[in-house]
Design a protein around this ligand. Structure first.
Ligand code: NAD
Ligand code: DAU
Length: 360
């Protein structure tokens, strides 16, 4: 039975990934979710799987080498899927050091623990082990020419403290591959959207503010471009790289869905009008007049765009959810889960661990 150690499994993509693999592989796999439950970790994202025999949650910090080593001692881990990170660019501009500690040092702790557990006496590695490092397209910097794309060969040029910390962690993984022949892959993905995303990120923030009749803060001129991918398509790509990716390789994941931020906000408002019936207060409040252009993000990257040619041709990956469908599904999810949003915005979700597992 294959054991997956998923770090950051209580976060947005991590919890979607756990749902994805438990649905796909059922009881034939075991999942251990290692998460420190920072502000971004929300165990209620996994309420529906928490009672399963083949799922276990461990509250631990990836910076804590002893705790991580202990997990490798007590579990025969086959695959590490390393999501845990500080993930929000705006926060990294305020407190860069936390990003270095978690994203760089934390990744180093994870790599050391996996290496120690998987290395054989002859210096080789046990069969079937893999470390999948989940990274971002932001490490490649910013594009200006509309015909330009990020390829796996594009030189790294990070600008924000977040992307600089992710780039450093990618280089550490590459160094372990080159130095120890450590069995790893890196995936660099574009902007994700979908259920369970924390409302500090553009799409859930705009949905929540629109439904509450609040201002919709657009940075700068609103013309920065992001390449949006439905989170389940990202999860599918990660699973394919775990199963079929060549050891030591990097795979870019993105669905050729570039949009200006202002277009995203307008689509969200139009979709809310479409999904809610006339007379619904939330529909009346979600108006374009609420769009406010505000001071730009410092060092704001202009455009990201992924070329997913390698993962498509080598592994057969392609996105399944087109944006028009994905954004409808996402808004419908937030409409159906208003209580989730209430608990997140009130901070109540942070008491979930105590309620479920008892206070420490
Ligand atoms: P998120 O912020 O929603 O979740 C991060 C998770 O990591 C949380 O559950 C948090 O509690 C946990 N965590 C943070 N610090 C930790 C620590 N020191 N020890 C243990 N757990 C810790 O992030 P996300 O958006 O789900 O992103 C997941 C990963 O994917 C990140 O590595 C991010 O860089 C990468 N990524 C994200 C996107 C995106 O659009 N969100 C795109 C490409 C890549
Ligand atoms: O590209 C992948 C990256 O996408 C991931 O690595 C990061 O973890 C993830 O947070 C995301 O980074 P961005 O900075 O692109 O995402 P964010 O949702 O913060 O912002 C998207 C765009 O919207 C960006 O150009 C800034 C803008 N924005 C954002 C917010 C929160 C606004 O105009 N207003 C806002 O209130």
């Amino acid at each position: 039975m294959k054991t997956y150690l998923v770090t950051g499994g209580a976060g947005f993509i991590g919890s979607n990934f756990i749902h994805y693999i438990l649905k796909k592989y059922g009881d034939s796999i075991r999942v251990v979710n290692l998460d420190a439950l920072t502000y971004a970790g929300n165990l209620s994202n996994l309420e529906d799987v928490s009672g399963r025999d083949n799922y276990e949650f461990i509250k631990a910090d990836i910076r804590d080498a002893e705790a991580v080593r202990e997990i490798f001692k007590t579990h025969d881990v086959d695959v590490v899927v390393h999501f845990a990170a500080e993930s929000h660019v705006d926060r990294s501009i305020r407190t860069p050091e936390v990003f270095v500690e978690t994203n760089v040092l934390g990744t180093c702790v994870m790599l050391n623990a996996a290496r120690e557990a998987w290395e054989k006496e002859d210096g080789g590695f046990k069969e079937g082990k893999k470390f999948l490092h989940v990274s971002t397209d932001e490490v490649y910097g910013s594009l200006s020419d509309p015909g330009e794309y990020f390829y796996e060969t594009t030189p790294y040029a990070p600008h924000s403290p977040y992307s600089a910390s992710k780039a450093s962690s990618d280089f550490l993984v590459k160094a372990y591959v080159d130095t120890y022949h450590f069995p790893a892959n890196i995936t660099n993905c574009s902007n994700n959207y979908g259920p369970y995303q924390f409302p500090e990120k553009l799409i859930p923030l705009m949905i929540n503010n629109a439904l509450k009749g609040r201002d919709l803060p657009v940075y700068g001129d609103g013309k920065n471009v992001r390449d949006w991918l439905y989170v389940e398509d990202h999860c599918k790509g990660i699973d394919m790289v775990i199963e079929k990716g060549r050891i030591g390789e990097t795979y870019n994941i993105g669905g050729h869905n570039e949009k200006e931020n202002i277009e995203i906000v307008r689509i969200i408002l139009d979709t809310i009008q479409e999904l809610l019936t006339q007379g619904d207060d939330r529909r009346e409040m979600a108006q374009k007049s609420r769009i406010k252009f505000i001071e730009d993000r410092k060092g704001h990257d202009r455009r990201y765009a992924i070329a997913p040619d390698k993962i498509s041709s080598e592994l057969g990956w392609k996105p399944e959810t087109m944006f028009a469908e994905g954004i409808k599904k996402t808004i419908a999810w937030y409409l159906d889960n208003e209580e989730w949003m209430e608990r997140v915005t009130s901070g109540d979700y942070q008491n979930y661990y105590d309620r479920m597992y008892g206070a420490e």
